[in-house]
Design a protein around this ligand. Structure first.
Ligand SMILES: NC(=O)C1=CN([C@@H]2O[C@H](COP(=O)(O)OP(=O)(O)OC[C@H]3O[C@@H](n4cnc5c(N)ncnc54)[C@H](O)[C@@H]3O)[C@@H](O)[C@H]2O)C=CC1
Ligand SMILES: O=C(O)C(=O)COP(=O)(O)O
Length: 383
């Protein structure tokens, strides 16, 4: 029996994939696995039994990754599963940043009950004029699942698209329209583009990337979109630039107290991934990842441990999470040889300071001796 704790509302399409080997709920204790969306886990107590956390979504800045790695807890996310939903909202954001639709709608509401509403609308609409996006330059920072979707859609809408991503994956590059221009540095995005949209994760490198200095490089009347994370933008610097007219519009999915209800700022309630399609996709993928790991020891789409995805061919699989240091495999093999246990299959992979080894065997094995080895963090045997 495995216990799975839900820290957010997770789509029943995903949760329904758990069979009767699983106890699933919000109040479950001694959890083997956690399913989470945006709830912060930085203060969450990681119990000794916890083996895996699956983030039904992309960003993992709400999870204490280093602490999890240290304790041998595998953290998954669901790459690409909500990218289309975010792309669609970014396109909506692009239009809202250009045409004064939100302001116009708010104004029309003030005419409620006014007999002359139709006339007044025709007279007053000129205050809501805004430019078309066709032919304008869009700069994208971060060309992953979402950035590439946005780039391709913007090309189809007739925009001139510049992309910047120093770590772009081969897969993302394959999926991107050949018309997207490769910006060699982020300054090109800042200085060339009429619209700038952020699609990089929150990291030491990206936090505060939009600040007084970068804004100073931008065109007058630039429009900035942030559907990545609130802390990529220095809010005070953007507000100052909005007030001076340097930035025409700031559209964001992240509500911080200082930016709410400020002229020319549109704040959405973190709606990027909130579509039934995306919620189902993310939940389905997250549940599959956690089940595969708990039941077979396979790791796919982890952000802190390497991928190992091997078919089961033996009765037992020893799953060893350990530090990425020399001599671990020799110690494992010796330990098994001393017990006259035959290894049918053994795979080891490392990711940064941590490594994962699976050993398939048909003989009964205990975990104690492995646990006593230095640099071994977590040991499990799955049957
Ligand atoms: N508003 C919302 O509801 C949602 C927001 N997000 C946010 O969007 C981010 C991106 O999501 P995905 O595209 O799915 O992730 P992804 O991992 O597919 O793409 C992120 C890209 O950013 C790039 N990157 C990293 N550091 C960079 C830097 N310093 N400069 C430029 N590019 C850099 C990476 O190389 C990668 O290609 C997530 O980390 C999350 O914070 C994601 C989903 C929903
Ligand atoms: O996937 C992400 O990174 C998101 O920001 C989506 O968050 P959510 O699952 O809608 O709380």
């Amino acid at each position: 029996m495995y216990n799975i704790k839900l820290l957010n509302k997770i789509s029943p399409v995903g949760v329904g994939q758990f069979d009767d080997q699983y106890l699933v709920g919000e109040d479950v204790e001694k959890e083997d696995g956690v399913l989470v969306r945006s709830a912060s886990m930085h203060e969450y107590e990681l119990n000794d039994n916890l083996k895996a956390i699956a983030r039904a979504g992309a960003g993992v800045n709400n999870i204490p990754l280093e602490k999890c790695s240290n304790e041998g807890i595998v953290v998954f996310n669901t790459p690409g599963a909500n990218a289309n939903a975010v792309k669609e909202l970014v396109l909506c954001g692009l239009f809202l940043s250009s045409r004064k639709v939100v302001e116009g709608i708010d104004w029309v509401k003030t005419l409620k009950g006014n007999e002359d509403a139709a006339k007044l609308v025709e007279k007053g609409k000129s205050q809501f004029v805004g430019p078309e996006i066709e032919g304008r330059k869009l700069g994208i920072i971060g060309l992953g699942a979402i950035g590439v979707h946005v780039a391709n859609a913007a090309i189809k809408l007739g925009m001139e698209v510049y992309g910047f991503d120093p770590y772009i994956s081969v897969n993302a590059a394959w999926g991107m329209s050949k018309w997207v221009k490769n910006a060699q540095n982020v300054e090109t995005i800042f200085s060339e583009c009429d619209y700038i949209t952020l699609h990089a994760p929150s990291t030491k490198e990206t936090k505060g990337i939009i600040n007084q200095e970068s804004i100073a490089m931008m065109k007058d009347g630039v429009r900035i979109l942030n559907f990545a994370r609130g802390d990529l933008v220095n809010a005070q610097d953007v507000l100052t630039a909005i007030d001076s007219g340097k930035v025409a519009k700031y559209i964001t999915d992240f509500a911080t107290p200082d930016i709410i209800d400020h002229e020319n700022v549109i704040v959405m309630p973190h709606l990027g991934a909130s579509t039934p399609e995306s919620e189902d996709n993310c939940a389905r993928m997250a549940v599959k990842e956690i089940k595969d790991y708990l039941e077979s020891g396979n790791i796919v789409n982890s952000v802190n441990f390497p991928t190992i995805n091997e078919p089961r061919t033996t009765k037992y699989r020893i799953c060893l999470i350990h530090k990425n240091v020399p001599n671990m495999l020799a110690q494992f093999a010796t330990l098994l040889a001393n017990q006259e246990i035959n290894i049918e299959n053994m795979v080891n992979k490392a990711k940064d300071d941590y490594a994962y080894t699976i050993i398939d065997t048909n003989d009964v094995v205990g975990t104690k001796e492995f646990e006593s080895l230095e640099n071994v963090i977590k040991v499990r045997v799955v049957e």
